[in-house]
Design a protein around this ligand. Structure first.
Ligand code: SF4
Length: 233
């Protein structure tokens, strides 16, 4: 007998349909976009969180408290990030799924920094997305020049629907939402880290620098590979 899960699909979302959705969602609120994703895909939907702040979690759990939140624990996070994870988990009673990497005698970022993200981040994302039809992330166009073309809805390389409900949000939108809703924020944000990844690959940024300039600074790398739409083709 078919179950509700069997009836969920993303196959009808052709590129034309996705184009129309993006036109419609450009003026929609983040809550409306999340509501569409939840109605279409929950529970075969998850939200990936980096614990820089809990804005998207706040928006999404107001729509669906049981939405699955995925956090990839590379083993190299700042203590402040893990503290934020705990604060957010308690505040929202999250349906939290923590993806951990196998323990290694020598960290991959020391032995193979080029492939460390692929081994320790992207592989965990692949596991987290197994059985899903769609996923949400909090990435925004204003975060970096390289992200200026981010769409609200797209189809990723796996064939899953990727939803970025905050794509059009400015930094001021984020700050305003945090203030209005008392949203937890990673304390590193107040210490010069507008973008926070693993500690070996993240430094504070200087005034006037790109928000993500502190990620993999001194290398040509700008993305970890989680968001494949920004990877070099
Ligand atoms: S951000 Fe750095 S330490 Fe973290 S997975 Fe990527 S290369 Fe490894």
């Amino acid at each position: 007998m078919a179950t509700l899960l069997d009836t969920l699909t993303n196959e009808d979302l052709t590129e034309d349909v996705i184009f129309d959705l993006n036109a419609k969602f450009e003026k929609a609120s983040a809550g409306e976009i999340v509501a569409w994703a939840v109605e279409r895909f929950h529970p075969r939907l998850c939200l990936t969180a980096s614990m820089q702040d809990a804005v998207l979690i706040d928006v999404a759990t107001k729509v669906e408290p049981a939405v699955e939140v995925v956090f990839i624990d590379t083993g190299y996070h700042f203590p402040e990030t893990l503290e934020t994870l705990e604060v957010v988990r308690r505040r929202y009673g999250l349906n939290l799924r923590i993806m951990t990497v196998p323990s290694r005698d020598v960290p991959v970022w020391q032995t193979d920094p080029i492939n460390c993200c692929a081994a320790d981040k992207v592989e965990q994302l692949e596991r987290a997305l197994m059985g899903k039809l769609a996923w949400m992330s909090g990435l925004r166009r204003q975060e970096a020049f390289s992200r200026r073309s981010a769409r609200v809805v797209s189809r990723d390389k796996r064939g899953l629907i990727k939803v970025n409900p905050l794509a059009a949000w400015t930094d001021l939108d984020v700050q305003g939402y945090i203030a209005d809703h008392d949203v937890p924020v990673n304390p590193l944000k107040a210490k010069g880290y507008p973008s926070i990844g693993c500690w070996p690959c993240t430094r504070p940024v200087e005034a006037g620098e790109d928000e993500r300039a502190g990620r993999w600074a001194g290398t040509t790398k700008t993305e970890c590979g989680l968001h494949d739409e920004f990877q070099p083709k």
